[in-house]
Design a protein around this ligand. Structure first.
Ligand SMILES: [Zn+2]
Ligand SMILES: [Zn+2]
Length: 145
């Protein structure tokens, strides 16, 4: 007797168009998570994971909000299934946060001296020319940069 799948996910229309990209990014994510960490600072091992999570959310965000190539249903589906981060997408819609790298970089309690991460400071206001924030390795994500 065939097994009955009880929790079968129903994929909205258009899913097959975005599935390959999402699968590829999921695969990269798994690779990054399993990557041997020797020789790297602890925070650095998380950077590739942040980067891929960012890419996934950005992909879904662009498809829905900019290119309008996917339906709201599919967009919501991706958020519900964890393919994209609802919270960071909500930020990207706000002026000044269009390029935000990750949510940690705007959490005041995560920064010792300032209220925001160095990567959120526009280039012309920074003293250092080349930066890498400790949270996600971001090299600058202020809107005007
Ligand atoms: Zn940043
Ligand atoms: Zn960040």
């Amino acid at each position: 007797m065939p097994k009955v799948k009880t929790n079968r996910v129903k994929y909205p229309e258009g899913w097959e168009l975005i599935e390959p990209t999402l699968r590829e990014l999921q695969g990269k994510m798994r690779e990054a998570e399993n990557d041997p960490h020797d020789g790297k600072r602890k925070c650095e091992t998380l950077w590739p994971i942040f980067k891929i999570a960012h890419q996934k959310s950005r992909y879904i965000f662009d498809l829905y909000h900019r290119r309008r190539e996917i339906s709201k249903e599919l967009f919501e589906f991706c958020l519900d299934q964890g393919y994209a981060d609802r919270n960071i997408i909500a930020k990207w819609k706000k002026p000044g946060y269009e390029r935000l790298c990750c949510l940690r970089c705007i959490q005041p309690r995560d920064h010792n001296f300032q209220t925001t991460c160095v990567c959120r400071v526009p280039k012309h206001l920074r003293e250092e020319k080349v930066i890498e924030c400790v949270h996600c390795g971001c090299k600058g994500c202020a809107s005007g940069d």
